[in-house]
Write a protein that binds this ligand. Structure first.
Ligand code: ADP
Ligand code: MG
Length: 322
């Protein structure tokens, strides 16, 4: 199948049509209208087979996740996602695979009213690059650098589910329903897009948790020139995680497991009641896990307030020397 036919069959005319896209797929470039007073937030992420997902992962999950990881970054900026491009590199065209991939991608695109405005299709080792453009009122983007000493630290959802799902991927389990729930968290992350937008003007800083809580918290602290104290007993765990994690996994994965795509947010004390009120209206969980402190370290404390060795940092592609 030629590139043109593949695009026509699987990708043309499928995404939500948006009035702010006068020229979408099919020309040399797409043309989009940025409303007055808004600014563009651009993010891009590449998923490589065998690195970011197993080569035999369900194609619908790959399509979903390639978009989800980008929507998660847009959410962490407090922006509203609007337009996406998709660069797809396929070793060969298998109809069922591409159809399922497209279903996964467009299912999530539809849910967030994101239009696919263009892309590129090439032959080679399986890799997917998605770029998303979002909109945010000028000057209102949530940044990593805004956390202040004393701010409360919050996370959406639950932690460690995707990492435990990955650990359980290879083997059956005598709790198949709980295992499936965790695999679903791994394969079909739900980006916290609504949360990011309601927290604009209320939160002081935000990041999405892709590399693990401690690694991403460290990014916020570095950008904000501060540190943090994390209450281990407060970390939100799902019932499935609670039931299936070993003691070692329970100590490690909520802190350093990657792929959760929850938001980590700092909120000035004066705004905490407002944030709780806004987040109560969303169905994604909102848990206070600690606070921002002046000294640059990230310290974990147990229920008795004693500092605890946090162990392995979150997953990192390039070994860090610290
Ligand atoms: P060009 O050679 O000018 O780069 P292409 O033949 O690569 O054009 O693409 C033709 C049109 O199809 C362009 O509008 C491009 O954005 C779009 N397109 C190509 N691949 C994809 C894809 N995987 N998903 C969405 N749009 C695509
Ligand atoms: Mg091209």
């Amino acid at each position: 199948m030629r590139e043109h036919d593949l695009i026509q069959r699987y990708f043309a005319g499928r995404a939500p049509a948006r009035p702010d896209v006068p020229v979408g797929m099919g020309d040399d470039g797409a043309v989009m209208a940025v409303p007055p007073g808004m600014m563009l937030v651009s993010v891009v992420d590449t998923l490589v087979s065998g690195v970011h997902f197993p080569a035999d992962a369900p194609p619908a999950a790959i399509g979903h996740k390639a978009l989800a990881v980008n929507l998660s970054d847009v959410a962490a900026m407090g922006a509203e996602p609007a337009w996406a491009t998709l660069a797809l590199t396929l070793p060969e065209v298998q109809d069922a695979w591409v159809a399922a991939f497209a279903d996964g991608f467009f299912g999530l695109a539809q849910a967030h009213d994101v239009a696919l405005v263009g892309g590129d299709t090439t032959q080679g080792p399986l890799a997917v690059t998605v770029q998303v453009h979002g909109l945010v009122p000028a000057g209102d983007a949530l940044l990593r650098s805004g956390a202040g000493v004393g701010d409360g630290l919050y996370v959406t959802g639950t932690l460690g589910d995707a990492a435990l799902g990955l650990a359980l991927l290879q083997a059956p389990h005598d709790e198949p329903d709980l295992r499936d729930w965790l695999l679903n968290r791994l394969h079909y992350p739900q980006p916290r897009v609504a949360a990011g937008q309601v927290l604009r003007g209320v939160a002081s800083a935000a990041i999405d948790i892709s590399d693990g809580l401690l690694a991403d918290l460290d990014h916020v602290c570095a950008a904000s020139e501060a540190g943090a104290r994390v209450q281990l007993a407060s970390l939100p765990l799902s019932p499935a995680f609670d039931a299936l994690a070993t003691d070692g996994q329970r100590r490690q994965l909520p802190l350093s497991g990657g792929d959760d795509y929850e938001l980590l947010v700092s909120v000035p004390v004066a705004n905490e009641p407002r944030a709780a009120e806004l987040m109560a209206g969303l169905d994604c969980g909102w848990t206070r896990i600690g606070e921002i402190v002046a000294s640059r370290d990230v310290v974990c404390v147990d229920a008795g307030g004693r500092a605890v060795e946090a162990g392995a940092r979150g997953y990192s592609h390039f070994q860090e020397s610290e």
